[in-house]
Design a protein. Structure first.
Length: 108
């Protein structure tokens, strides 16, 4: 429910948490004078969830840390594929340079 701010003719200000459908407060609770609703700036609004980018509201310190995490990591040497020793036959059965392509047509 929204919070509404009121001010009376004598300068007293007060707030009320009311439903939108509730009628406005007519009298000041301190002095009983007529009161009117003031325009307020409202509270800060931050959208969260799918479709909103929470990173738009992050601090500079967080952004710098996130940028350093995005740097590409070098793969470890144990994760690299081992090199083939020289003279090892290819997976095609050693037919390299036989004069025909893999589809059976003669090469030119």
């Amino acid at each position: 429910m929204p919070t509404y701010e009121y001010r009376c003719a004598n300068g007293h200000t007060f707030e009320r948490v009311q439903r939108i459908s509730d009628p406005p407060v007519d009298t000041c609770p301190e002095c009983g004078a007529a009161a009117e609703r003031m325009l307020s700036g409202g509270g800060g609004l931050l959208f969260k969830g799918s479709g909103f980018y929470i990173t738009d509201y992050r601090s500079d310190k967080y952004r710098k840390a996130a940028e350093s995490d995005k740097a590409p990591a070098k793969p470890a040497e144990s994760e690299q594929a081992p090199a083939k020793p020289a003279g090892e036959k290819s997976a095609e059965g050693g037919k390299s340079g036989s004069g025909s392509s893999s589809d059976g047509s003669p090469s030119s």
